[in-house]
Write a protein that binds this ligand. Structure first.
Ligand code: ADP
Ligand code: ADP
Length: 228
């Protein structure tokens, strides 16, 4: 059964150096329960594609269909884990508060919230740390909180955008095992984006390869904007 369908998606950005084709006519399906990886080098269009799938960016042409419905705006049945864990957690909320927030926003009743938070924190091995604040945790633990928050939301599909790019190798290996464990235990559909071919092959049941688009303007025109 097809859960997510990307149909002829293309994205062109205007830029001072002329139009940039970030995603070129991309078509693929993700079946329910699958753990699929999208892999490609920097500039291949991974972030752009993910934003389109998450309903945060309109494609220039083509369509994304989730559970039979065209995506226009962030779907309620989707959760996203980004690379920048430090920025995605709220520093003034405890671990528990961070996991709880999307559930409150979705008006999940208190008892149900408590059950889901306990289960999610247990699943990522952070049950003991629920009263701590993000700044009291290592990068790897913060990313576990982000994963717990996504899992507690009980999404039909979990998108992960290079979630482990900023942690050390051992932590990363642990987190990769955690993703496989959660996927296996909860049966959630996972779409995992990475530039690391080894990671994609290790994690994915299936690997979707994005090669760098041939019509992108020359790399040396690209100016990396500072993050902060
Ligand atoms: P990846 O995530 O694989 O590194 P991106 O989706 O970030 O790829 O970028 C794909 C291409 O589109 C790159 O050439 C990048 O410079 C360009 N690009 C991304 N975002 C923008 C934007 N907002 N405006 C112009 N060009 C962009
Ligand atoms: P990532 O490392 O996740 O691939 P990028 O470095 O490609 O991210 O992009 C970081 C941010 O800058 C994104 O929001 C992207 O849309 C934007 N961006 C990337 N390339 C360009 C560009 N050539 N012009 C303007 N914005 C860009």
């Amino acid at each position: 059964e097809v859960l997510l369908s990307v149909r002829g998606v293309r994205k062109i950005y205007p830029s001072a150096a002329g139009p940039v084709e970030a995603v070129r006519d991309l078509t693929f399906d993700v079946r329910r329960g699958e753990l699929a990886c999208i892999v490609g080098p920097s500039g291949a269009g991974k972030t752009t594609l993910l934003k389109i799938i998450a309903g945060l960016l309109e494609p220039t042409s083509g369509q994304v269909i989730l559970e039979g419905e065209p995506v226009s705006g962030p779907p309620r049945t989707m959760a996203v884990v980004f690379q920048e864990y430090g920025r995605s957690l709220f520093p003034w909320l405890t671990v528990r508060g961070n996991v709880e927030l999307p559930l409150k926003n979705a008006r999940v009743p208190a008892a149900e919230r408590a059950r889901r938070i306990d289960e999610a924190l247990e699943a990522v091995g952070l049950a003991h740390a629920h009263r701590r604040y993000p700044w009291q945790l290592s990068g790897g633990m913060q990313q576990r909180v982000a994963i717990a928050r996504a899992v507690a939301y009980e999404p039909h599909i979990l998108l992960m955008d290079e979630p482990f790019a900023a942690v050390d190798a051992q932590t990363r290996a642990d987190l990769e095992d955690l993703v496989r464990d959660i996927w296996h235990r909860l049966g959630v559909t996972v779409l995992f984006v990475t530039h690391d071919i080894d990671e994609s092959v290790y994690l994915g049941e299936r690997v979707i390869i994005l090669s760098s688009s041939p019509t992108v303007v020359q790399e040396d025109v690209h100016i990396d904007l500072p993050d902060e």
